[in-house]
Design a protein around this ligand. Structure first.
Ligand SMILES: [Zn+2]
Length: 245
């Protein structure tokens, strides 16, 4: 337990703490959560001091075996550094995840444990794995119902299609048509609502940002835009020019 000089008692006393959480909008227009610890003398209850701790907003990244990690590491880097988010890798089980490249990842939390958590968004990479557990569907629904970012790239939108998130919304995917190979691999008919599919590199429909796999930089750029990283169109162009050359 913390202790300090109590101004009323005039001696070192144990402190009680009362925690208060507030939100404020920073200069970039992003919501920042602030946790305030207020310390009181445990003997006479006089206020002694307080401290503010800025809490980082969380972004969930769903990771799974055979994912194409290059599609999500550039945006994870920007979110974790320039945008000051806390990147939380989530998976179904607490096992090491082996990506398509061979790089390995350790999930920070389990999908089933974050279903009810507040988040700034969820990002899903592509890959060769179609396992969709109920807890991921639930998380996708919760993130979407709060209007938070739903980002999926390459084959990642498959999980959104299976969660009925693409109905009447513009989206893209690298799975531009449901080939015989997909039929064999996934053992099912086309789960995508093709009426609203757009064959473009990246497509934004409000909080839904989808992309083809090869367009991972455009995907990153649109997500940066969603979180207001660029002050104007010029900054956005500069970003793309700097990255793509
Ligand atoms: Zn006191």
């Amino acid at each position: 337990m913390a202790n300090a000089m109590c101004p009323k008692c005039g001696e070192i006393k144990d402190l009680d703490v009362i925690v208060n959480e507030t939100e404020e909008v920073n200069s970039e227009g992003n919501i920042v959560k602030i946790k305030t610890n207020n310390f009181y003398c445990s003997f006479c209850h006089t206020f002694v001091r307080s401290e503010d701790i800025k809490l980082k907003n969380k972004i969930f990244i769903f990771i799974y075996n055979e994912m194409a990690d290059f599609e999500i590491t550039p945006i994870a880097h920007i979110l974790g550094t320039d945008l000051g988010k806390e990147i939380i890798t989530i998976a179904y089980d607490n096992d090491i995840i082996k990506s398509m490249s061979g790089l390995e990842y350790k999930p920070k939390m389990l999908v089933k444990d974050v279903v009810e958590e507040t988040t700034d968004g969820l990002i899903i990479p592509g890959g060769w794995n179609s396992e969709l557990r109920p807890e991921l569907v639930q998380l996708i629904e919760n993130v979407n119902s709060q209007g938070k970012l739903l980002g999926a790239i390459c084959g990642g939108p498959y999980f959104l299609a299976k969660s009925n998130m693409l109905q009447n919304r513009k989206y893209t995917t690298s799975m531009v048509e449901w080939t015989e190979m997909y039929k064999q691999q996934y053992g099912e008919i086309d789960p995508f609502p093709r009426e609203t599919f757009v064959n473009e590199r990246v497509v934004v429909d409000k909080n839904l940002i989808t992309s083809q796999g090869i367009a991972f930089i455009d995907f990153a750029c649109e997500i940066c835009d969603w979180f207001k990283l660029f002050k104007n169109e010029d900054e956005r162009k500069q970003f793309l020019k700097a990255v793509k050359g």
